[in-house]
Design a protein around this ligand. Structure first.
Ligand SMILES: Cc1ncc(COP(=O)(O)O)c(C=O)c1O
Length: 377
């Protein structure tokens, strides 16, 4: 129950264990073709969706170095660890960063984006960069509204980290006209770490013609050129591609609406249950991520709590990052997670709090009944 690497279905593990094949073979070309079609389905787009061998951060970096130039003015939203990473990457490549910051646990304020974008009379802002689902705090930022202000600006590209929102909630790339969407394999995709994905709009490809930042392995033009031939510029992680092929098939079998519904139900079940266990959510209630729930550990040390749950119940929960270490714990409910996993996690949390004398038998029962109200089973 961590937000990545997430559990991998048996079917996908079996595909992963197949003997590797040549990446220039016809057989592999077919896999690239099918996965690309299915990735477009998942991203709800006709844009190019490119697959990179590298973790999610590779797609984030590619999203910057292919479309921007040194000194370009950009806005970065920062309300957690991964927003902070955007700022670091952007500054590393010499961009002129305006940071819109919010306290960790609070969502980004769309009005702050609106104000800066509306006052940019000379259209100097080249991109707006932010994280949709902020894994470090369990917040989902209001991408739809912020994106409307980006579209009104007309010039700036949207560069979005959807690492823990793709495959968990609705990210309609074409309907919202998102330019660059980055994601990674060990999350909603239900496969091990090692692949990342980036969708690129026509507007972004146009902007790439003026980009002067250095790039070689992550030069997306090479990926696009190869993809037109159902191929890769370099040796891809062949076995992860087998796994991706299988996991995307599973996702198509379940259907996008059902996938989003399942994540929403699990989010609601957990937040309702933890309140019955007298715990407080870390993130603001109307901005809860469908991928992960962060919970305050006010009367105990979160790290010892997590260790007990791991040792006694064999359930891994995530800890707080940076200054939140020991203060919060996080329950991942992203990817291949079912109702049983949710019920088991709530039970383990309840029983551990019971041992701490922080809850009663009745409160554990109430937590499970509350959770059940939101679950399908
Ligand atoms: C929101 C978000 N962005 C980016 C990343 C970075 O991805 P990776 O660790 O795969 O490079 C993660 C990984 O946890 C994430 O959750």
């Amino acid at each position: 129950m961590i937000p990545g690497p997430t559990p991998v279905p048996e079917r996908v593990l079996q595909a992963l264990g197949s003997h590797p094949i040549g990446h220039r073979s016809k057989e592999f070309q077919n896999i690239v073709k099918t996965t690309t079609e299915n990735l477009k389905w998942l991203h709800q787009t006709k844009n190019d969706v490119l697959t990179i061998t590298g973790s999610g951060t590779a797609a984030m970096e590619a999203g910057i170095i292919n479309f921007l130039s040194k000194g370009d003015k950009v806005i970065c939203g920062e309300n957690g660890k991964f927003g902070e990473r955007w700022v670091k990457v952007a500054k590393e490549f010499g961009l002129d960063v305006i940071t819109i910051q919010e306290e960790w646990g609070k969502p980004l304020d769309p009005d702050k984006f609106k104000e800066i974008l509306e006052n940019d009379n000379h259209k100097e802002i080249k991109a707006v960069i932010l994280t949709h689902s902020e894994t470090s705090t369990g917040i989902i930022n209001d991408l739809e509204t912020i994106n409307k202000y980006i579209l009104n600006h007309g010039k700036a590209l949207s560069i979005i980290d959807c690492v823990t929102s793709i495959g968990a909630c609705n990210v309609p790339t074409d309907e919202w006209a998102l330019d660059i969407v980055a994601s990674g394999s060990q999350k909603g995709y239900m496969i091990p770490p090692g692949l990342s994905f980036i969708s690129v709009s026509k507007k972004a490809w146009e902007a790439s013609k003026n980009s002067n930042l250095p790039k070689f392995y992550l030069n997306l033009k090479s990926y696009k050129k190869s993809l037109d031939n159902d191929s890769n510029p370099y040796t891809p992680a062949v076995n992860l591609m087998f796994a991706l092929d299988e996991s995307l098939k599973m996702m198509r079998e379940e259907g996008l609406i059902n996938i989003f519904k399942r994540h929403e139900q699990h989010k609601l079940a957990i937040s309702a249950a933890v309140k019955e266990l007298k715990l407080n959510l870390f993130a603001e209630e109307d901005s809860l991520s469908p991928a992960i729930t962060a919970i305050k550990a006010e009367e105990f040390d979160a790290e010892i709590f997590r260790k007990t749950i791991q040792e006694k119940y064999d359930i891994q929960l995530a800890g707080g990052q940076d200054h939140l270490k020991g203060q919060i714990f996080r329950i991942g409910h992203l990817g291949y997670v079912n109702d049983k996993d949710i019920i088991t996690a709530i039970t383990a949390i309840g029983l551990t709090l019971y041992e701490y004398n922080l809850v009663t038998e009745v409160e554990i029962g109430n937590a499970l009944i509350k959770a059940k109200e939101f679950l399908s089973s």
